[in-house]
Design a protein around this ligand. Sequence first.
Ligand code: 5RP
Ligand code: MG
Length: 216
Amino acid sequence: MSKPLLQIALDQTSLAEALEVAAVAAPHVDIIEAGTILCLSEGKTAVETLRQRYPKHIIVADYKTADAGSTLADIAFTAGADWFTVMCAASLATIEKAHEVAVARGKEVQIELFGNWTLDDAKAWVKMGVKQAIYHRSRDAQASGQTWGEKDLQLLRALSDLGLELSITGGIVPEEVGIFKDINAKCFIAGRALANPQTGPATAKAFHEAFARYWG
Ligand code: 5RP
Ligand code: MG
């Protein structure tokens, strides 16, 4: 298993604030995400600006698409995104349309796994050619006390066995990364843990140290 990548999720409501966070975080991360909150608040300008400022980073547009797959994928990829998120609850047609746009541009779709989905759904995504999924503990689930457990690890192993490349997210902090040491994780996504410019770089360092400890 190779060492996971580190992704910052910019979930600020203003682009100016997100850019301040990104400026401090960029040297310490591999991937920069225009978060759902930022995209809804500021529109495609968020992705365009991140693409211009960070030409060497992978840029993610976390649109959490539920419908209009090809239109939204086209907006995000034209703005400069490399990866684009679609909800697991979207219809197969929506996922397929977004995936077709991604393939035509040499980009990738990521399926956001929240709530209700099955391994049969995952098999259908893989059959379609989708390569990536994001295993997600939602903010609201975390706030109501949901912790990571054996059920998550079992599902992650099953998804990995299907061939999906996995990002893991949802209030992740460096101290929790070891829980996933037996998982072939492509990436860990952190938003709030990296959002404070005073502590973000040290937290990013702690993530990388944990990656080296468990996957190095
Ligand atoms: C929420 C998201 C967030 O971007 C993701 O969960 C990372 O942020 P945090 O580490 O603050 O949870 O997509 O739906
Ligand atoms: Mg996000």
